[in-house]
Design a protein around this ligand. Structure first.
Ligand SMILES: *Cc1c(COP(=O)(O)O)cnc(C)c1O
Length: 437
């Protein structure tokens, strides 16, 4: 049985506890005490995402109350396609696009949110405490929609999504406010930091915890990380079977959850070659790899807004699992891309490869072009597409001059009636807003 220990030392728990707590009591993040070792042959006859997920995740679940439900959790999590499409070839080697945006809110965060929701639903069913679980989530855009979609209409769960008024795009706001029923959206007159502060205050509030069991589904939950490793496992296994070659990845990176999942999948023995992180102008990760110093800085606003993270929380996990900068430099690399680079790349890729990409995905394309030629040509690469371009149509259309068709799932959300409760950033207003719903 794999147990989960805090990066800060004291706590060791099983998977259900790690999922329910989100963050360890000592303020650290949960990481597996050991990683399973796989061989390609362990995945014989596993072809679909669901089948590959069941094998990959089995050791992480074994011995816990969730183990018997692994199959149904995987079926619910990987309910939408995750496709690898071939890009026009370069002089040597091939490039594929790993499309992680076919879920209900058109970004890869649907995978982690779906996994967390289906796992927590199982845990709640088996729990004698039948107070409703209140999922509180502060969002600057993508996370809130994914969490709302994943918990929508799940019996026993209420969701409160807190977002900063006027600071999310129109389409993102629609995805936060269109759910109704057990989901309440709070438009908070303040910043994203105010929303986060309010969530923390709610956790410390005695009245709320009489009425609800509080949970956060935040982006540092280990339940977001594990299911993300599965699509790297699946993409690399398929590539290995077809080409007998490892697959290397360029990954748009902000809080480092998606990128860390790839490093973990490779450490578990999956046929993954190089791993390269692409950041926007928030350069904490490339700076750390260069200097070995973790600097405390605020985030800067960029066109790839879902990656605007000044202090990536999962860096603590990465260092704890795989070592400090010197060791990490042997395992991976990271490059940053300016807004100018993002804009130019969206235009270049549209003209050269004939596809529209979102600003986050553009960082991966840009970094691929920057790689040393030898490295780029020797290996087969997958560029990771983290969101559908229609989600960021203002930016993308202004560069390409062409309209982007919305995927069906997104278009359906756009047509739904929406409502939000407007509040000042105070716990009293949040609390009475929850009471009135
Ligand atoms: C969240 C997000 C990212 C960054 O992922 P991390 O796991 O935080 O590194 C990149 N692109 C999109 C579209 C996102 O929503």
């Amino acid at each position: 049985m794999i147990r989960y220990r805090s990066t800060r030392g004291s706590a060791v728990v099983d998977l259900p506890a790690a999922l329910e707590q989100g963050i360890a009591p000592d303020g650290g993040l949960y990481i597996p005490e050991s990683l399973p070792e796989f061989d390609v042959s362990d995945f014989q006859d596993a072809n679909t995402e669901v089948e590959i997920a069941e094998r990959f995740l089995a050791p992480f679940f074994s011995g816990t109350s969730l183990a018997g439900h692994l199959s149904s959790i995987c079926t619910q999590t990987y309910a939408f396609p995750i496709s690898c499409t071939q890009l026009p070839p370069t002089a040597r080697g091939q490039r594929t696009l790993l499309e992680l945006f076919h879920g209900p809110t058109a970004a890869f965060k649907d995978v982690g949110a779906g996994f967390l929701a289906s796992s927590m639903a199982v845990l709640r069913d088996g729990d004698p405490d039948k107070r409703p679980v209140l999922i509180l989530v502060a969002t600057s855009g993508d996370t809130g929609g994914a969490v709302a979609a994943a918990f929508h209409r799940r019996p026993g769960f209420e969701v409160a999504v807190l977002y900063p008024t006027g600071r999310v795009s129109e389409r993102q706001e629609q995805q936060l406010t269109c759910w109704g029923e057990n989901v309440t959206a709070f438009s908070v007159k303040g910043t994203f930091d105010d929303c986060q502060r309010l969530v923390k205050a709610a956790f410390a509030d005695a009245d709320l915890s009489v009425r609800y069991r509080l949970s956060s589904a935040n982006s540092i939950n280990i339940g977001r990380l594990l299911p993300q490793a599965v699509y790297y496992a699946a993409a690399s296994l398929r590539h290995w079977r077809a080409n007998q070659k490892k697959l290397s990845f360029v990954i748009p990176t902000g809080n480092l959850g998606n990128g860390l999942a790839a490093v973990m999948a490779r450490a578990c023995g999956l046929p993954i070659g190089d791993i390269v992180f692409a950041t926007n102008a928030n350069t904490a990760i490339p700076d750390y790899l260069r200097s070995g110093q973790v600097e405390d800085r605020d985030s800067v606003d960029t066109l790839a807004s879902a990656m605007d993270v000044g202090r990536p929380s999962n860096l603590e996990r990465l260092r704890n699992l795989f070592g400090e900068a010197q060791a990490l430099n042997k395992l991976l690399s990271a490059y940053s891309v300016s807004d100018e680079g993002i804009r130019t790349t969206i235009g270049d890729v549209f003209r050269r490869d004939g596809i529209a990409i979102c600003p986050h995905t553009a960082t991966a394309f840009h970094v691929y072009d920057l790689l040393p030629e030898g490295l780029r040509d020797e290996q087969d690469w997958a560029l990771v597409a983290t969101a559908h371009p229609a989600k960021f149509e203002r930016i993308v259309e202004s560069v390409t001059g062409a309209g982007i068709e919305m995927p069906r799932t997104l278009a359906d959300l756009m047509d739904k009636p929406a409502s939000a409760v407007s509040i000042e950033p105070s716990l009293a207003e949040l609390s009475s807003g929850l009471e009135r719903r």
